[in-house]
Design a protein around this ligand. Sequence first.
Ligand SMILES: *[C@@H]1O[C@H](CO)[C@@H](O)[C@H](O)[C@H]1NC(C)=O
Ligand SMILES: *[C@@H]1O[C@H](CO)[C@@H](O)[C@H](O)[C@H]1NC(C)=O
Ligand SMILES: *[C@@H]1O[C@H](CO)[C@@H](O)[C@H](O)[C@H]1NC(C)=O
Ligand SMILES: *[C@@H]1O[C@H](CO)[C@@H](O)[C@H](O)[C@H]1NC(C)=O
Ligand SMILES: *[C@@H]1O[C@H](CO)[C@@H](O)[C@H](O)[C@H]1NC(C)=O
Length: 601
Amino acid sequence: MRQRQFFFVVLIIMTLAIITFMSYNLHSTTKRHSPALANDLRRLAVDLSETQRSLVHLPLQFYKVGESIQLVKHLIKSVDGQWVQEDKVSNSPPSKKYVTKREVCPEKYMGKDSAYGFPFYRKGFEGENCTDFVPIDKLVTMVATSPKELSQEELQKLFEGIATYYPRVPVIFMLNKTFNFERLKKPSLNLSFTAFDDLMHGATWSKILKMVTTPYALFAPDIMYFTDDVNLERLVRVLSENRDTIIAGGSHKNQRGEWDNSCRQVQFRNWTAYFADGYYHSFNDCIACDVLLGPFMTKTKQLQDLGIDQKLHFGAFHDLFWRLKLKHPEKVVVSCPDVMFDTYEPEVPDEKYDALVKKWDVKKWVESNGRVRWYGCRRGTHNSKSSCGIPGKGFTVPPCDLENLADIVKFIMRECENTGIHCQLNAGTLLGAVKFKKILPWERDADVYFISDNYTAIQKLRPRFEAAGYTFKDTKGTECCTNGRRTSGIFLIYGNGWKVDFYGRPTLEAEILVANGQQPTKVMLAGQWVTATRNPGLVARNRYGPNMYHHVEHWSIVGNTHGDALYKSGVWNKCPKPGHTGCLNQFQTDGDRQFGDHFMT
Ligand SMILES: *[C@@H]1O[C@H](CO)[C@@H](O)[C@H](O)[C@H]1NC(C)=O
Ligand SMILES: *[C@@H]1O[C@H](CO)[C@@H](O)[C@H](O)[C@H]1NC(C)=O
Ligand SMILES: *[C@@H]1O[C@H](CO)[C@@H](O)[C@H](O)[C@H]1NC(C)=O
Ligand SMILES: *[C@@H]1O[C@H](CO)[C@@H](O)[C@H](O)[C@H]1NC(C)=O
Ligand SMILES: *[C@@H]1O[C@H](CO)[C@@H](O)[C@H](O)[C@H]1NC(C)=O
């Protein structure tokens, strides 16, 4: 079933691609290099590559979509007016067209039997002894910072390390303005110091990038030691021989000795950036990555054209990788883990990424180790005060806001349960629990019923609501009577941009069940069992009518004047920002497996 769905998606995307391509060709035979077409093709390449990732368990389909991605990338290049060229894989000589002069000697695998390099295997692949190469100091500039945790002696050692292996390579070392570098012994290397207020600021790296005159630049923030584990020739070779590869990094080892290949994949969906370990393809024994977490070498001119965001005080490299992934899918980023950097890995507090996530409208950040960073308005986090609540029509409710609404409902239900007050879920809140076991991803408010007899008991709960940070409004008292029981009574509970309608009813099914010595029915809501109507599935079906398991946005969004009018499921509104990660119309209008984090892992 899932397989067929994916095929369908792929088919549609490919058809669109062909139609787009054809129509452009028909309408603009004179204007061949249309930037609009190139942009459409880029979006298509990104979509396809996300589709491919979800097919990773279906090798044949994965391979087929991979072929289509290659095709689209070729189209991008021909539209961009560049000639089409394949990535070179190892053993095949670099194309004469691209590399006019060999920059580094090719390498050769010497380890024909396992005795070569024994016992430590620090040898195996070796640069050939060619004569027509460019000296490494004409190719690479090293741009480095060291962590403030490094002592004067350790810094001295770092410079000596560079002097041992690459004495002539220009090094731009960025230092804190307050650092006294007069006291350093000048090591014998081509070193220049530059002082900045903020070493991680995008503006700092941007300025330095403009100073680089060699064709390659090694960006090495927070470097601690320098040994022959850093093989500059290896990185230059990969970049030099693969036209589309713009960045090549290596593994890194942190201050605790923990090694990591630095390679992460990232997917953007539902206002969330999901990071994952692993790789989908490799060449030259380097693995293709979306994001590198350690130092990397880049093609200077290409990076200068792309630029580094000068406004970001932190996370400018993430921004660069995200831009490459989403706007330049034909460019390749790799990690060659045999090249290893010793770096200091600082703990990054969530708020450091505030500007970055704001730029990209990311409200949740899930790291490959499962750590979640909340942005947007999430109760109990550093920016719980930032703009809260309900997004526009056509958008999903951001994860943080959805959790906030679930929190209020769960709080109410817990308070009811603990104090012997009869409460139960109603309307869309019940529908959400029935369909998703949580709040509807496009919800606009929540609805809970209580028994009117319990009105004064609820009034007494005001201080508890206020202590939890919620506004408690007592808007209407009870009335007499329906079938001899008090009726009505209205409370409104506000919090984090949301409203919960908390309405009194003369009788509730839950109470009837209890009076008959039975358990009230409970449904799962965002991780908590809460009381619902007697038969939740029946109520949901009878209330919402045919196709209630298909989806449709809230009644107020669809254009109805009240919640009781019947409306049809199965269509989303248009998304005001096509391609935005929060667009509802990127989801199917049926099925709940697609909503939530489990889909991504
Ligand atoms: C290059 O020459 C050195 C010294 O003669 C030798 O040790 C090394 O094995 C040669 N490398 C290759 C790849 O032939
Ligand atoms: C720069 O120096 C100041 C003062 O010594 C220190 O507080 C700050 O953390 C340093 N920043 C970096 C990035 O080293
Ligand atoms: C040091 O590097 C710069 C490029 O950054 C170069 O212009 C200069 O000639 C180099 N100096 C020496 C002594 O090699
Ligand atoms: C809530 O109402 C029910 C039914 O009338 C009653 O049995 C119960 O004692 C009430 N609970 C409280 C806390 O007043
Ligand atoms: C967005 O993420 C939240 C939290 O992970 C999830 O509950 C919700 O269903 C997701 N919405 C969509 C439309 O996937």
